[in-house]
Every structure is written in C-alpha cells, then in structure tokens.
Design a protein around this ligand. Structure first.
Ligand code: ACO
Length: 337
C-alpha cells in the first residue's frame, strides 16, 4: 500500500442540560423505582451526564455531531468542502431514514462528500475510523470525517434502574487524512471483532422492521434499552483485555510503549479491571465517564478531544483505543498522534 491514514483534528460536543445522579433518583422515584447518588458513584463512577433538551427540537444527534465536526475540521485546518466522505457512527440516529450522516452533510454543507451511517453501538467510532482508513489506504478518498454520536437518553427505560443511570448524550468527531505509507504519525493497526451470539445482552427489541411498536409493546417498554449488566461487565473486561493484547502483539509493543490508553467509557470499574489485568497505570488512562456517563460511540472521540485540547496528549505519542459494544462488537486501534 502506498498510503496510510493520519488523524489530523478532533472535536466534541455535549448538550448543555446536566442530569446529576440526584436528578435521576428524583426522576425515577415517580415510577416507584429507587436509586441514589452513592450507589451510582460507587458502582459506575458516574456523577452526572448530559442529555438533550426535548423541548428544543433543534438539539439532535446530528446537531451535536455538526458542532463536533466543525471543531475537528478547524483543528485539522480543513473546511467542509475538503471532505470526500462522511462516516457517522451511531445507534441512535435522528431518523431511521435518511441516515444521520446525510442530516450532518446538509448542516455542514459538505457538498462534495458521500455520506453513510454505521451501527456498531459503542464500538462505532472504532469501526468508523477503521472503515475510513480502508478508503484512504486504497486511494479512494483523501479526507474523511468520522463522527461518533449518540442520543441514548431517548432510548432509556426510566423504570429500569440498572440501565437508566448509565447513559448520556454527546458527539465526537475526527478528520482523517491520506499520508504516505511510512509517515510516523499515522494509524498503526486495527483489530475488530464481533459475536452475534451475544446479541441479547444489550437490545432494543421493538421499533425495527422485526417488531413494530404497538401500544401494548410501548407500555412494556420494548422500544427501550434492555440490558444484562452483570454479563456485559464480564464480557467487556475480557474483550477489552483481549483486543488490547492483540494490538500490542501485532506491533511488537508492550504497555511501556504506550503513552495513553483510551478505553470505551461504560463504567469506571470496567476500566479499572482492564487496567489491572493489563497492568496499565490509571494515570495514563483517559477518563470522562464521571462527567458524561456512557455516550456509546461518542466516548472515545470526546475523551480524546479533551486530552488533545488540554495538552495532555503531545505530538508523536502512541495511543491505544479500545472499545466494546452491543452486538457484541469490539475493536482496538493503535495510532501515533
Ligand atoms: N440503584 C440502586 N441499586 C441498584 C441499582 C441502582 N441504580 N441498579 C441495580 N441495583 C441493585 C440490584 O437490584 C442488585 O440488588 P440485589 O442484590 O438486591 O438484587 C444490586 O444493586 C447489585 O446489582 P448488580 O447488577 O449485581 O450490580 P453491579 O455491581 O453489576 O452493577 C451495572 C450494575 C452498573 C449495570 C454493571 O453491571 C455494569 O456497568 N455493567 C455493564 C453495563 C454496560 O456497560 N452497558 C452498556 C454496554 S453496551 C453499550 O455500551 C451500548
């Protein structure tokens, strides 16, 4: 291959509206469901999350994605006219048809691009940048915008205390650019996997073509998230460790060769368990789950963007992204910034 892909710029956006753990405790008490700040902090590390304002019809998945994309383009020194391709990773699209990528294209005015969504749930941003990398390496595109964005607040069952406390809304974006194959600052390798046998661990049963949302199913909350949290926890730790080890082995690296580890932000205890198994020091792991909860495809690009903007990540540093999500999907990307 003559080409490689380099990440040139990132951006992120969250809604203004904060939902603290106490806010959730108050909200769900109306359904006779109990939780409290202490339990949520101890079991998940989450203190608050951001959610869209449903009264404001302009605040949507694609409006958050657009804010993040504009920042990423500015950091990359690009404009919307430079984009060849838009890849939008989301499982909570503005609409089922058209794709959220097309809504974003319109908002950005990226007229030259072609645009598509991909759904790999929380692994979506990783799947997005790996997909972008293939088009760049094969010479089909020079500049690709990848967005990972979710509005999970609209799919949460507020009567299920084990899942409704976990999620928040947000968007992250990255601009990838074609560079010569041996450029030092580039995506170094990727490792994707999925296991459809685990599709029942995290599921929204109704609302697709398989199961229409009837009044009865609506009252049963079948159009909302159903989750087996305990089982996901175990699979997540195992899978994140496996993907990280594969990425290191492929590049003949050890933990000591990495400057930063950027895992999917689902639960601080999952991150701590992975760090312990990999023997990765916590102070080199980027974390925002405490402030934003699990924003699914947006967690990795948002926490990355924050660390770039506050100067924690420096040019030439080596970063490992590692994600798992519903599907089950999972994947790691190793890159030199
Ligand atoms: N407040 C108070 N008590 C609660 C709450 C709550 N919000 N939720 C559960 N409990 C109770 C349970 O009812 C249970 O009570 P019991 O012992 O009387 O039965 C007790 O707390 C322990 O429940 P567990 O489910 O064992 O708690 P656990 O420590 O496993 O934490 C959690 C639950 C937070 C869901 C954890 O399992 C987890 O984070 N799993 C991963 C979830 C995840 O990552 N989902 C997204 C993946 S896919 C994607 O990202 C799109």
């Amino acid at each position: 291959m003559k080409f490689a892909a380099r990440m040139l710029g990132t951006g992120s956006a969250h809604p203004e509206k904060r939902l603290t753990n106490d806010d959730i405790a108050r909200k769900i008490s109306q359904f006779g469901v109990e939780t409290n700040d202490r339990w949520i902090r101890d079991r998940t590390g989450i203190r608050e999350r951001r959610v869209i304002d449903v009264q404001n019809s302009a605040e949507t998945n694609s409006s958050l994605g657009t804010q993040a994309a504009r920042q990423a383009l500015a950091m990359a020194g690009k404009t919307a006219a430079d984009i060849d391709q838009i890849i939008y990773a989301t499982c909570t699209p503005d609409t089922i048809i058209p794709s959220t990528a097309c809504w974003l294209q319109q908002k950005l005015g990226a007229d030259r691009a072609w645009a598509m969504d991909i759904n790999a749930a929380c692994s979506g941003f990783i799947y997005g940048i790996v997909t972008a990398e293939q088009f760049i390496r094969s010479g089909h595109a020079k500049t690709i915008l990848v967005v990972g964005a979710e509005v999970l607040s609209q799919f949460v069952n507020w009567q299920d205390r084990s899942s409704c406390i976990l999620f928040g809304d947000g968007a992250g974006a990255a601009v990838l650019e074609q560079v010569p194959a041996q450029t030092a600052r580039r995506l170094l390798s990727n490792h994707l996997l999925s296991n459809g046998d685990l599709n029942g661990l995290f599921l929204i049963p109704a609302g697709g073509s398989k199961l229409e949302v009837t009044p009865e199913r609506y009252h049963q909350n079948l159009h909302k998230i159903q989750m087996n949290g305990r089982e996901i926890f175990k699979v997540a730790v195992r899978t994140l460790v496996e993907c990280a080890q594969q990425a290191l082995a492929k590049n003949q690296m050890t933990i000591g060769d990495l400057d930063w580890f950027v895992p999917h932000q689902a639960n601080i205890r999952i991150i701590e368990a992975v760090a312990e198994r990999l023997q990765f020091p916590m102070d080199r792991i980027l974390i925002n789950v405490d402030r934003f909860g699990n924003t699914s495809a947006a967690t990795i690009p948002t926490v990355l963007d924050e660390a770039l903007r506050n100067g924690r990540i420096q040019n030439g540093q080596t970063i490992l992204f590692d994600a798992f999500g519903a599907g089950l999907t999972a994947g790691a990307v190793l890159l030199r910034w």
